[in-house]
Each structure stands twice: as C-alpha cells, then as structure tokens.
Design a protein around this ligand. Structure first.
Ligand SMILES: [Zn+2]
Ligand SMILES: [Zn+2]
Length: 294
C-alpha cells in the first residue's frame, strides 16, 4: 500500500511530478495491500509460461522453418506440445504458485519494495544485469550437482525426458528441481533488492530466455546473439541431446562458467566434428557437380 492518499501528496513527498508510469502504478496499487500486489507474480509467471512458447508452436506447424531446427529429425505433434503444457501447468499450480504465496515474507525481509518511486532505467538495468550474473553462476553449480548419480536419477532425469527440447519443456522438471533452481532465481533480488516491477521483469526475462534456449530452433536473426558470452538454443540443446551422461554445457545463460571449469569440451569437439562433416559434404557435392559435365 502506498502511504500517500493522493497523487499530489506523493509528488510533494518525492519532490517532483510523478511520471506517467508512476501515476498508473499509484492508481492501481494505492488502495491495495502489498500482499495483493505481490500475488500478481503468479499471474506474470502464468502468462509467460502460457504465451511465450506460442510463437515456437506456430513455427513448428510449418516445414519452412525446419532448416533452423537444431535436431531436424525429431518432430513433436500439437498434442505432444499440449500434453507438455498441461504437465507444466499442473506443476505450476501445485509448486510454483504455492511457492510464490509462501515466499511473500521472504520478499519483505529481503526488502523488495512495491511503493513509489518506481525504479529508474539505470537502477532497472543494473539490477537485471546483477540478477542474471548471480543466477547464471549459482545455477551452473546447482545444475552440475543435479548431474551426480543420485541427483540425476531421483530428480533431474525428469527435465531430461526431452532429448530434443521444446519451448513448453523449459520449466518441465521434478517438483524438487523447481524448488532447488528457484534459489538462484531469488538470490539476485535478495542480495540487491529492488522494486517488485523489477522482480517481475526479471522473472519474465529469465523465463523467456529459458523458453528460447529450449525452443529447439537456432534462428540467425535472434537478438540474443548480440549478448556477449550468451549460450543460446544450440548450446543448451546439446546438453539435452547428450542426456544423462552429459557433463557439458551446465550454464543456464552464459558460456563463461563452462569455459572456466572445462565443462564445454564435449560441445566444442561436437561443433568441430559437425563443421568438418558439413565441409566434407559440401566438397562431395561440388565434386559430384563437376563430374556431371565430364
Ligand atoms: Zn541437465
Ligand atoms: Zn534444459
């Protein structure tokens, strides 16, 4: 709840006029409790889980985009994708929703605010960068730990059921994995607490990134290719392709952890062999074309 009864009083308290976004935020949240505002996190997650993978479903309905498929031999039907979505939604309601509700006190302790002012662009961007770096590093180690014999067989095996992932499979995992990997996601906002809107933007971007890396497509025009050290779809797809034995590509967002700790060797060899194979196939085609006119 915002402790000012009117926009004018809020302006006086801030020492400036409210921005358009702040006025909208004031109108919506002034008379609502902090808990009610916080519960919107569930709505944000539900919308992201439901809508963000849809473009990849549409792309999958046409053969035209098959040239960008990372594992072109694997095809999923619409009913396969819908089944995956239903499983994810069940998990969402039982685990993610409940977790969000009970974690409200921890957001208060951490100091995530919901009043005015809204974060500046500088605060927003710098906090998002910090959250991504903290999540990526911590997730790397948690994920690597889940690949030990016990962790894989009891928990992480579920996420690896898709050897060729799809967008809807990004949050598809054992309930315990959702809880474990929730820690790296919340760690950034706990260390560098910001506004609740920053928190929503953070979980939206993180989930969209996970959906893209599980999409099964490597589009050359993807904007994320401009981000330094960004792993992307092909990078994480290889981790699923290798499956349970995979000791490669553990990182969730960037590639530097795998490089530093030497867990990208398998992937680098795979890329080298793939490159060589494409080169040899190209040369064989050229040779065939040449002999046609001999
Ligand atoms: Zn894994
Ligand atoms: Zn995955």
């Amino acid at each position: 709840m915002i402790p000012y009864p009117t926009v004018e009083e809020a302006s006086v308290a801030l020492g400036r006029n409210l921005t358009w976004f702040e006025t909208v935020w004031f109108d919506y949240t002034a008379t609502r409790s902090d808990f009610y505002v916080y519960c919107h996190t569930i709505l944000v997650l539900f919308l992201v889980f439901s809508l963000a993978p849809l473009p990849f479903v549409i792309v999958g309905m046409s053969d035209w985009f098959d040239r960008f498929k990372i594992q072109p031999k694997i095809k999923y039907s619409l009913s396969d994708m819908f089944r995956c979505y239903k499983d994810v939604m069940k998990l969402f309601l039982l685990v993610v929703g409940t977790l969000q509700l009970v974690s409200y006190p921890s957001t208060k302790i951490a100091g995530i605010r919901s009043g005015l002012p809204l974060p500046s662009l500088m605060e927003l961007v710098s906090q998002l960068v910090v959250y991504f770096l903290i999540e990526d590093y911590t997730n790397y180690w948690f994920h690597r730990l889940l690949h030990c014999k016990w962790g894989y067989e009891k928990i992480h095996r579920v996420h690896h059921e898709h050897t060729s992932p799809i967008g809807y499979a990004s949050p598809y995992a054992h309930w315990a994995e959702i809880l474990i990997l929730g820690i790296p996601t919340f760690l950034g906002p706990a260390i560098a607490p910001g506004h609740i809107t920053t928190f929503w933007l953070w979980i939206t971007l993180r989930q969209m990134e996970a959906i893209e890396t599980h999409s099964g497509y490597d589009f050359p025009w993807t904007m994320t290719k401009w981000i330094p050290f960004y792993g992307g779809a092909e990078y994480h797809d290889y981790h699923h392709y290798v499956g349970g034995q995979s000791q490669s590509n553990f990182a969730s967002v960037f590639t530097y952890c795998d490089y530093l700790y030497g867990t990208d060797k398998g992937y680098r060899i795979h890329k080298k062999l793939l490159h060589q194979q494409i080169k040899e196939e190209g040369e064989a085609k050229e040779k065939k074309g040449g002999t046609k006119y001999d």
